[in-house]
Design a protein around this ligand. Sequence first.
Ligand code: NDP
Length: 439
Amino acid sequence: AKRNPHQPEFIQAVSEVVASIWPFIERHPRYLQHGLLERLVEPERLVQFRVSWVDDQGQVQVNRGYRIQHSSAIGPFKGGMRFHPSVDLSVLKFLAFEQTFKNALTTLPMGGGKGGSDFDPKGKSEGEVMRFCQALMLELYRHLGANTDVPAGDIGVGGREVSYMAGMMKKLTNSAECVFTGKGLSFGGSLIRPEATGYGLLYFVEAMLAHRGQSLAGMTVSVSGSGNVAQYAIEKAMALGAKVVTASDSGGTVYDPDGFTPEKLARLMELKNEQRKRVADYAHELGLEFFTGRTPWHLPAQVALPCATQNELDESDAASLIANGVQLVAEGANMPSSAAAIQAFHQARVLFAPGKAANAGGVATSGLEMSQNAQRLSWTREEVDARLKGIMTSIHGTCVRYGQVERGQDGDHHVNYESGANIAGFVKVADAMLAQGVC
Ligand code: NDP
């Protein structure tokens, strides 16, 4: 904490990982050598820069841009860009740290990074968003490269923003090499990339339930968020026979006891993606109950999928979910559950999947986009989807292998997916760092 003052999210993420891998490290003391842990919690490089741009009124606006290049131990830095007023060093350092382990879990050769800006895309015109993205690239371009650092999207950065940034990158470098993933289909994007995080989350949930001889069909699911991850999580959950009863944004939660249908989801997507409206507008239009300013966790569900943002599910939310009979919680967002909430899930023996495992489908498919670009090929939807499913199943297997530590009261092996994911990701990155010497 002394080395990183005023960085609560970063300290939270590091503390959670170190606490969960500590028993493993004690059994394998070689990981305490060569300053490995000290190096692992220090980003390799951190860039902060001014972004000046001109708004529609002709006024100069100034934002902060960042890129955290956390670890290149197993491949080029890789991780999304986030545009949100809450973006600061602490948030991006936690995300880059988590990304390093997540990317290691995918089995693809990608290091960990993250970046973004405190720019708020809400309420900005198309022209303002484009000018901001271009202004940001005027500095960021010099830190990127297909073998150096390959960003993607995150909160506030979807296909539109990635495309503006990729376009400016090409202009500035006179090179069409792949330095962004999540691009448009006509210029190197991959089929299934927009769907990948949400679909991957559900493939992971399916694998967790199958491991216990259960299936998602007929279960009630609550989802938070209504952005990229949430939308495709809802779509795949429905396709697997679940009833999805909630969606949310920072304004509040819509509750639909009858569950989403493909038609209702299409309307939500149109409102959010094209008209850039709010979940409250959706609830109002469909005559559904709306809980202003609240998250979905007080409502009954067997499966909870937090897909909005960090620390959106605290200890009291965990208590409500448990009291209402939740059986499984899987994180579509990064670090949405507080440490106390995760503890409560473990104690109640609720199956809990941390984001770095459960939402790894997005970056995995970004890795597949990089492979397609390198080969100058485009794979079919079916091929990418099958590879995504294969990767999520393999991450599940890895988590089970490292996380199957105790025998439950009912005689089952209870899987601690949090420890499993942290240990597996750590081992891969740490072994690579040890092999490469002190650098
Ligand atoms: P989007 O910008 O598409 O959607 C974000 C959603 O979360 C919106 O509904 C937004 O509501 C809500 N939200 C954001 N910040 C807050 C906040 N402070 N309080 C309440 N609600 C909030 O982002 P994504 O769907 O891409 O990302 C969601 C999460 O998933 C993030 O944690 C991201 O890091 C993670 N993730 C994303 C991946 C991807 O491929 N996109 C990959 C892996 C993880 P509002 O519109 O009101 O702000």
